[in-house]
Design a binder for this molecule. Structure first.
Ligand SMILES: [Zn+2]
Length: 319
């Protein structure tokens, strides 16, 4: 079994599973060329480069083999083969439970409004139960069903919702109070349930090992501070790309789960508008963010609804 990397990815901004931010590029003052030293003893320079190249190749090969060499693990909800760090669902659940108190603590603890707390729990459960029926009819199962827990957090400043591996789902008071319909709450919770079912945290842990290995290889190859920083930047950009794909995939889950539970999935579009308003146009350029910009997400959500409901969404679905 591989080691679980700590600290866990922290959530910031909208949506769940934000990547830990790496610090890149503080100028060191030492400006060395990428390869070798100018004016140094020229005798051993060629062989030093060769040695670095070999070490870099070995590090890269090790990272790639450890990632791609493992057989995939079957996702019990989707039946798809996936590369994950933890193959046992019980380990994922354990990890989420361990990380939950810190998350809750960072957001002012659970809300003491029991009526709202209960409502979050009930809507989450309605989505899960609708999924149970769908999975049973298709010969799949949800191994996280019993572990799922939906918590309204007291934080009235941070507009956010997030999920930890194994089924811990959170929504802040700040986001909850901005929602206008139950369907929108279902959309938020459905998106977070999607992160859990698609095992995004677990897959990211597996990918982090790969990216860090490759970044290390670039650093060794260059043999300078700049090349080490370049390696880190390449690794961060690669990891962000996956972060954005995870968000879009979870939006698809949000649409599906809403529909299964009888909510109009167009509610997800309202959620995106609320997120856009809450960020007040302050969101970072999309390319450098793990979170796709709300307009981009709205477009994809509309495409998903059109695909899932070619005849249109049934009129009796709740807003
Ligand atoms: Zn998300």
């Amino acid at each position: 079994m591989s080691r679980i990397p700590f600290p866990l990815p922290r959530s910031r901004g909208q949506g769940g599973f934000t990547l830990p931010r790496r610090r890149v590029g503080q100028p060191t003052g030492r400006q060395r060329p990428m390869f070798g030293r100018p004016g140094g003893a020229s005798g051993g320079m060629g062989s030093a480069i060769k040695a670095r190249l070999l070490i870099a190749l070995a590090i890269a090969a090790f990272a790639i083999i450890s990632y791609y060499g493992k057989p995939g693990d079957i996702n019990q909800v989707t039946g798809e083969s996936e590369r994950v760090a933890l193959t046992e669902e019980s380990q994922e659940i354990q990890l989420g439970l361990q990380a939950a108190p810190e998350m809750v603590g960072q957001h002012g603890g659970p809300s003491r409004n029991m009526a709202d707390q209960q409502r979050v729990h009930q809507v989450g459960l309605r989505l899960l139960n609708a999924l149970q029926d769908y999975l049973a009819a298709n010969g799949f199962k949800n191994p996280y069903y019993d572990a799922f827990q939906f918590t309204l957090l007291a934080d009235s400043r941070t507009v956010n919702a997030f999920a930890l591996p194994g089924g811990q789902v959170f929504i802040t008071q700040a986001l909850y109070s901005r929602l206008e319909t139950e369907g929108q709450l279902a959309g938020v919770l459905g998106h977070e349930i999607g992160h859990v079912l698609a095992r995004h945290g677990n897959k990211r842990m597996a990918k982090q090992g790969l990216f860090q290995g490759l970044a290390g290889a670039v650093g060794v190859l260059g043999g300078s501070d700049q090349s080490a920083q370049m390696g880190q930047m390449i690794s961060s950009v690669l990891a962000m790309k996956y972060g954005r794909e995870d968000e879009l995939e979870s939006d698809v889950w949000g649409v599906r789960l809403c529909g299964m539970a009888g909510y109009d999935p167009h509610a997800m579009i309202g959620v995106m508008q609320i997120l856009a308003e809450a960020s007040g146009g302050q969101s970072p350029p999309e390319f450098f963010s793990t979170h796709p910009s709300p307009p981009n997400r709205i477009e994809r959500i509309q495409e998903t609804i059109a695909r899932e409901y070619p005849q249109g969404v049934p009129a009796d679905y709740r807003p």
